[in-house]
Design a protein around this ligand. Structure first.
Ligand code: PMV
Length: 321
């Protein structure tokens, strides 16, 4: 019987950008994220005659997925594996499909082949494939920090049910991947300042999440986002992930907040804007963002659970379970 796992993308409120020295894909900075609900990756694995990877219906030769399976094989005897995986949102456009993808993959393989890994160990393997994937193992508010660089939950999703509006401003793939971009940014004159100040932002972020202080979180998260994009811009050649609709969204979100709507923005290595809203406030924010020129569509989601095993691979994309 094949096993299916579901995992959701997560969005960092305190970002990581940059790698530590060494082999195991250890981030240079700690990070703090929220796991989403409606958006998901659904991954089915089973033993097969040869390794085979099918992504959104097409057979692919994905080097990162193969490397993740190879890392698991170093510690466990695994047969050839067929992996079939589907996202219900655009792949590689700043919506962190790699995060949900690797969290689902490791969780499905662990279950199908009885590897007996705990969440911390699954988070470790997911991180080696994609730094942010370590965090999608858990639901709600999640932190990723040293010394072991395995993600841990800070607050469950029900404890502070924030809502998120994702403004889609492009459907194309980003031109520079996160790993290439990060490598380049490490030569930026801003890099050391980014690393040292993010450690301080991270500690402050954990405290405001535990206090559920929306205003302080808004200030910290927007600062972390803008500081990361400042570093990206100050990289050679400069990394400009935003488009004009991205900037229109940022201004609109600031205006909404100034006029009393509890909302703040964050943007990852792409041009989609994520508007984080206090509970119950997403629809008014979505209405505003949808009306802006260049916004193709908006998706609304709450906070979701961590990677888990589900019964059925065939359930319609769009449903969380
Ligand atoms: O997961 P990676 O290694 O592709 O990097 C993701 C980096 C950001 O999304 C920009 C920030 C973060 O902490 O998720």
């Amino acid at each position: 019987m094949p096993t299916t796992a579901v995992a959701h993308p997560n969005i960092a409120l305190i970002k990581y950008w940059g790698k530590a020295q060494g082999e195991l894909n250890v981030p240079a900075t700690p990070s703090l994220s929220i796991t989403l609900d409606t958006l998901c990756t659904r991954t089915q694995v089973q033993s097969a005659a040869r390794d085979r990877i099918v992504l959104d219906g097409n057979e692919t030769d994905d080097a990162k997925i193969s490397a993740c399976i190879a890392a698991l094989r170093e510690a466990h005897a695994l047969p050839p594996i067929e992996v079939e995986t589907r996202n219900n949102f655009p792949t590689a456009s700043g919506l962190a499909s790699s995060a949900s993808g690797f969290a689902a993959l490791v969780t499905a393989i662990d279950h199908e082949f009885g590897l007996g890994m705990d969440a911390a160990t699954r988070s470790d393997y997911a991180r080696r494939a994609s730094g942010s994937a370590a965090r999608s193992i858990h639901g709600g508010f999640v932190r990723l920090s040293g010394p072991d660089w395995r993600a841990r939950q800070v607050l469950a999703e029900q404890a502070w049910p924030l809502e998120v509006v994702v403004a889609i401003t492009t459907t194309s793939r980003k031109e520079v991947s996160s790993s290439v971009g990060m490598r380049r940014s490490m030569d930026s004159p801003f890099y050391q300042g980014w690393v040292s100040s993010t450690r301080v932002d991270y500690e402050a972020g954990i405290a405001v999440v535990i206090e559920r202080d929306f205003e302080r979180l808004a200030e910290l998260a927007e600062h972390s986002c803008l500081k990361m994009h400042g570093l990206m811009l100050a990289t050679r050649p400069g990394l400009i992930y935003w488009n004009s609709a991205t900037i229109a969204c940022l201004h609109a979100i600031r205006e909404l907040r100034a006029s009393g709507t509890p909302v703040f923005f964050t943007v990852d290595a792409g041009s989609q804007v994520k508007a984080i809203c206090a509970p119950g406030r997403a629809s008014e924010v979505a209405n505003t963002l949808r009306a802006l020129p260049g916004v193709i569509e908006t998706l609304v989601t709450g906070l979701g659970a961590g990677a888990r095993i589900v019964d059925d691979f065939e359930r319609q994309p769009g449903l969380a379970e």
